[in-house]
Write a protein that binds this ligand. Structure first.
Ligand code: B12
Ligand code: SF4
Ligand code: SF4
Length: 240
């Protein structure tokens, strides 16, 4: 049996344009909620998006079309809950909270992601153009999946000794592209960003997506399509 669960999970996710973004083995200190039947989680698979691959699938769903609030969260919840039931596990969602599950720290345990000045994680291939839709905590980890995760963990530790893409970035253009200097390098002035979006609903940020994110030279092939970017900007502006 080779990578049995991971392959089957990816096959199920292919129909939604989603990806297994990696996995990690939890410890007691992670204090994860117990699984159905009370078993502890043996593995957590991170499920997310890179670029706009998922967008046509989501757009064709009833969740996008029904006019109810939070369509993307509801779409994610339906898929995650269904897959968790299939493997006797539990789906954990980035939007559950506060307190929120530490998805970005979990991401760092499953892929070579690093902090960036925009508070988003930088990925070596996808740049800033990726996100997480849910995590699946499952009661069993196949032997071959365990071996693969161990190899990936070793590779990740080796990569972590190299300077991050952001540390090597000439001029860090993300920090100067925002018209209201919302990113300070160590924080994000949410109110300044939201005020600008409300003041200029036809402005470039609302029509094209966050200019600071677009200014980043990494992962350009994965930049969100304008329609996908506008969807996120509208959702953000509606809540702030
Ligand atoms: C709250 C929240 C926000 C708040 C932030 C409020 C604030 N000032 O902190 C608001 C609403 C503003 C926000 C906005 C966005 N968010 Co947000 N957000 C979250 C959420 C739900 C919780 C974060 C949290 O508190 N975690 C709890 C702590 C304990 O977990 P953590 O893993 O340790 O995470 C923290 C640290 O890693 C730290 N951090 C990360 N990078 C850096 C870098 C530096 C320099 C420093 C000091 C700290 C730091 O920030 C995290 C939050 O405090 C997460 C989902 C999640 N559950 O993690 C998404 C999440 C972080 N957001 C995400 C995204 C994509 C966005 C948006 C870009 C949405 C969009 N439109 O696409 C926007 C806009 C931001 C922008 N313009 O760049 C993604 C990031 C994916 C990635 N590539 O890393 C996440 C993971 C959601 C997801 N579904 O994938 N978000
Ligand atoms: S512009 Fe440079 S510093 Fe900013 S997120 Fe991209 S790689 Fe990192
Ligand atoms: S959306 Fe526009 S105003 Fe908000 S942080 Fe990005 S560049 Fe700045």
């Amino acid at each position: 049996m080779t990578n049995a669960t991971r392959q089957a999970l990816q096959a199920a996710l292919d129909t939604h344009g989603l990806r297994v973004r990696g996995g990690w083995v939890p410890e007691a200190s992670d204090a994860l909620p117990s699984l159905p039947g009370g078993a502890p989680a043996a593995v957590v698979w991170m499920v997310g998006v890179a670029g706009s691959d998922f967008w046509p699938h989501f757009k064709a769903s009833t969740f996008y079309q029904d006019g109810q609030p939070d369509p993307l969260d509801r779409w994610s919840a339906a898929i995650g809950t269904d897959l968790a039931a299939r493997w006797g596990g539990r789906a954990l969602f980035p939007f559950e909270g506060p307190p929120y599950h530490p998805f970005q720290r979990w991401a760092d345990r499953s892929e070579d992601t690093r902090p960036s000045p925009l508070m988003l994680r930088m990925h070596p291939r996808f740049g800033l153009w990726h996100a997480y839709r849910f995590a699946l905590a499952l009661p069993e980890l196949d032997r071959d999946d365990a071996a693969a995760l161990q190899r990936e963990s070793t590779d990740r530790l080796a990569a972590a000794t190299m300077p991050s893409l952001c540390a090597q970035c000439s001029g860090q253009p993300c920090l100067t592209a925002c018209p209201v200097s919302a990113f300070t390098g160590t924080g994000y002035r949410v109110e300044a960003c939201a005020a600008h979006l409300h003041a200029q609903p036809q402005g470039r940020c609302m029509q094209q997506g966050c200019l600071a994110r677009i200014a980043c030279p990494q992962g350009v092939d994965y930049r969100y399509t304008p329609e996908h970017a506008v969807f996120h900007m509208l959702a953000f502006a509606k809540n702030h």
